[in-house]
Design a protein around this ligand. Structure first.
Ligand code: PRP
Length: 209
């Protein structure tokens, strides 16, 4: 038998739906359900093993070919870019990128250069460039919603899922930027070298969405 296909899974929000999908396919995901502190988790009946990783690392592992396949959000794919194939939209992990501001405020009023706080500087820059607008970007690692409240920024570019975080902090969506959902990405060389196995897995995934 070939060495197991290695799949990088984004831990956190997408984890439960991804494991659910694998179980729907019929894979025994005991190792993923009872993972403890182990980092490489076998999925024996798929001849695969899973690595649970942060979204950015999923892309890094797949780009470098240390994982053949990854499951990661379109948000991270768009922000990081990279050389890999994006093959399937899994349809879960749905949310959106939006520009949000303090409730009732007009982001575009006044003449000064606007400041936008975000964890996603590339997405923010591209969005405002497409409008021909020069903005200052402040990269934030933690709760971006704090930035307008602290008067650090005029607005934020961030992920909105239920809208609860915005609402509880007196913010509102000013503009939708793009929809987001979980995607399957594949290393370019892996797709050539292990085409059949990967295609089989992709087919199983698509049949069980
Ligand atoms: C994201 C995003 C918002 C929140 C929006 O953060 O940055 O803070 O979700 O969700 P809501 O619209 O349902 O309230 P996440 O919880 O993923 O944590 P993070 O700060 O680690 O990105």
């Amino acid at each position: 038998m070939n060495k197991p296909l290695r799949i990088a899974l984004t831990k956190g929000r997408l984890e439960k739906d991804t494991v659910g999908l694998f179980e729907k396919i019929g894979f025994d995901c005991t190792s993923l359900r009872e993972k403890g502190r182990k980092l490489i988790l076998p999925i024996p009946d798929a001849n695969a093993e899973a690595v649970l990783a942060k979204a950015n690392d999923v892309i890094t592992y797949v780009e470098h070919g240390v994982c053949d396949i990854g499951v990661v959000g379109k948000d991270t794919i768009t922000e990081m870019g990279g050389k890999f194939y994006e093959l399937v939209d899994l349809g879960f992990g749905k949310c959106k990128f939006a520009l949000a501001v303090k409730k009732g405020s007009d982001f575009y009023s006044g003449f000064g250069v606007k400041t936008v706080a975000t964890k996603y500087p590339n997405i923010a820059r591209t969005y405002f460039e497409s409008k021909g607008m020069d903005i200052e970007i402040v990269k934030i690692e933690g709760s971006v919603e704090l930035a307008p409240l602290l008067e650090l920024a005029d607005g934020i570019v961030d992920i909105v899922e239920t809208g609860t975080t915005l609402k509880e902090n007196g913010l509102e969506v000013a503009e939708d930027i793009m929809p987001i959902s979980a995607r399957v990405i594949v290393n370019r060389v892996s797709l050539k070298m292990r085409q059949k196995e990967i295609e089989n897995l992709i087919n199983l995934i698509e049949e069980n969405l």
